[in-house]
Design a protein around this ligand. Structure first.
Ligand SMILES: NC(=O)c1ccc[n+]([C@@H]2O[C@H](COP(=O)([O-])OP(=O)(O)OC[C@H]3O[C@@H](n4cnc5c(N)ncnc54)[C@H](O)[C@@H]3O)[C@@H](O)[C@H]2O)c1
Length: 272
């Protein structure tokens, strides 16, 4: 058997949900630069167009608008990608987010949570990865090749205060990753891999309010995170790109079902 150690992604068709966001956008920019054919998917026309403008016109870059929790919407984007490029090599499930009502404020308890917002957050973060995985994963099953990369979180396996719905959904992402990795390998062969990255703390739109004050200084929560991160800083979005490229590439041909932390040591540290 010929084993490739190549990190090349040239010509690979890569769909990034949440590609209009901070982390997904950084991945899109990088993978495009590396020669990938990249489709970014976001929920709002304006943010998708803005991201396309930021990255710059390129024949290998397209934008798509869809709600990741809506099967019909996602199916349409899949048809669009198939019509343009005829295959799908990588799906990165980076769409996600939180809502104020699903977050417990410092003066609240869990009994104050809005169940409506909690359901929305679980739906977005969990089913919003399940739906694209089933639709794009089906194409991969037919092709017998493909790589799905989910985005987990430090909130998935230990309780991080305040973000209950988000944490529950991210814990679900970890099991989705292991379950789909097993299913795809056993039923569709060793050409399909399913992994997750678990970012530590990166300041983005959805957590800026929790981590920084208006003047840019860190909140108490921001300082607590830094104290528990051995590298003593937040991550830069581009620091996810190396591991993402590895998981897109043939160099990770025997890697499936893993959840890889990219966290400056947060998950390794006891806090003492
Ligand atoms: N920023 C961090 O520190 C951090 C840490 C761990 C995990 N994450 C995860 O990384 C992913 C990206 O986070 P980010 O910081 O880039 O957030 P972001 O808010 O900048 O981007 C989120 C993206 O998801 C898209 N989105 C939201 N709802 C959608 C829907 N219903 N359908 C389609 N697209 C939708 C938005 O359009 C946006 O492009 C999320 O899953 C987040 O939970 C982030």
């Amino acid at each position: 058997m010929d084993v490739s150690t190549s990190l090349e992604v040239t010509g690979k068709v890569i769909v990034i949900t949440g590609g209009s966001g901070a982390l997904g956008g950084a991945m899109a920019r990088h993978l495009l630069k590396q020669g990938g054919k990249v489709a970014i998917l976001g929920s709002r026309e304006e943010s998708v167009s803005k991201k396309l403008q930021e990255i710059g016109t390129d024949e290998n870059l397209i934008g798509m608008v869809a709600d990741v929790t809506n099967e019909g919407d996602v199916q349409k984007t899949c048809q669009q990608v198939m019509e343009k490029w005829g295959r799908v090599d990588v799906l990165i499930n980076a769409a996600g987010g939180n809502l104020p009502g699903a977050t417990i404020a410092p003066d609240q308890t869990v009994f104050d949570v809005s169940l409506k917002d909690m359901r929305t957050v679980v739906d977005l973060n969990l089913m919003g990865s399940v739906v694209p995985s089933l639709i794009y994963g089906k194409i991969m099953a037919e092709q017998k090749t493909g790589s799905i990369i989910n985005v987990s979180s430090m909130a998935a396996d230990r309780a991080i205060t305040r973000v209950i719905g988000y944490s529950m959904a991210k814990a679900g992402i970890d099991m989705l990753t292991k379950w789909m990795a097993t299913e795809m390998a056993q039923k569709f062969g060793d050409g399909i891999r399913v992994n997750a990255i678990a970012p530590g703390f990166f300041i983005g739109n959805q957590n800026r309010r929790l981590l920084t004050n208006e003047d840019g200084s860190y909140t108490d929560r921001g300082n607590t995170i830094i104290r528990n991160t051995p590298m003593d800083r937040f991550g830069e979005a581009a620091e996810l790109n190396g591991v993402v490229q590895f998981l897109c590439s043939d160099a990770s041909s025997f890697v499936t079902g893993t959840i890889i932390p990219v966290d400056g040591g947060f998950s390794a540290f006891s806090g003492v």
